[in-house]
Design a protein around this ligand. Sequence first.
Ligand SMILES: C[S@@+](CC[C@H](N)C(=O)[O-])C[C@H]1O[C@@H](n2cnc3c(N)ncnc32)[C@H](O)[C@@H]1O
Length: 267
Amino acid sequence: MSWFETRRINKNVRNLVSLDPQCQTIIERIENSYGLQRKQLGLRNLSNYFFIDMLEQAFEKADLKLSSEITVLDVGTGKWDYASFLLDFLVCWKRARIVHLEGVEFHRKKNRRSVEQKAKDCELNIYWDDIMNLSKKERYDIVFVNHMLSGPSHCKDWGVPYHPASQFFSHLQSLGKQNSLIIITAYYWAGESAIINCISEQSKLANFDYKPSVGKTLESFLYGYIGFHNNSICVAKAPYLDLQSSIQYDESKEKWDRILGGLSFVK
Ligand SMILES: C[S@@+](CC[C@H](N)C(=O)[O-])C[C@H]1O[C@@H](n2cnc3c(N)ncnc32)[C@H](O)[C@@H]1O
């Protein structure tokens, strides 16, 4: 896409956003609660509004109350784009007085500069490693997994190791304290959301699809680059892994199948 085309589309997107009542309501509510100015966040960060709105819905549906001091792990921190909003959310909304936020990210070279810059006003412990090498047993109150679950082909493209869902989730479970929470968001569009099926139904406190209408419009407008992707989100309490089932990824169909006692179940 040429620079001129991008500019024209961005202008249209701006018009769309100002016309959409759902988007306006979300923006106003969040700005009032946070005391943030819209121009401070800007359209580029529209996805941040949706992200906070999604977290708020998840916490309400799961009826979560946090202790006053918590330790949180952000898995696959990337460039710290959403982690700072997670921190704001936990402190402002949920009134956790002290939040120790830690992150783990495989690609140091790609992300270090952005993470250090964005996290300069808060204390952040970041481990530059594969999550499977993190051995902080029973340390976390919340394990947060935002947009990092993927199948072998995506992992290969991103240059990250692929871990089968059962191994990945058992490892995350070992990092959490007793009754710790896991919050997972997964892309809705490419079958990734089906991986949430490996969380047992009994331990799910909330599980829903988040599809903001403007996000959807922006997604088709900009081929998914700027808008907030439609997501599936799940909040579960440990032990959350359903050890009776196994998850299999079918690369040709780009989806996960859950095999339960011989019955195949696809979301
Ligand atoms: C799509 S990005 C999401 C980044 C961030 N959570 C966000 O929502 O903006 C997925 C991130 O997970 C990281 N990642 C993937 N597999 C990982 C692993 N096994 N250990 C640590 N980080 C991993 C990738 O390097 C990438 O930065």
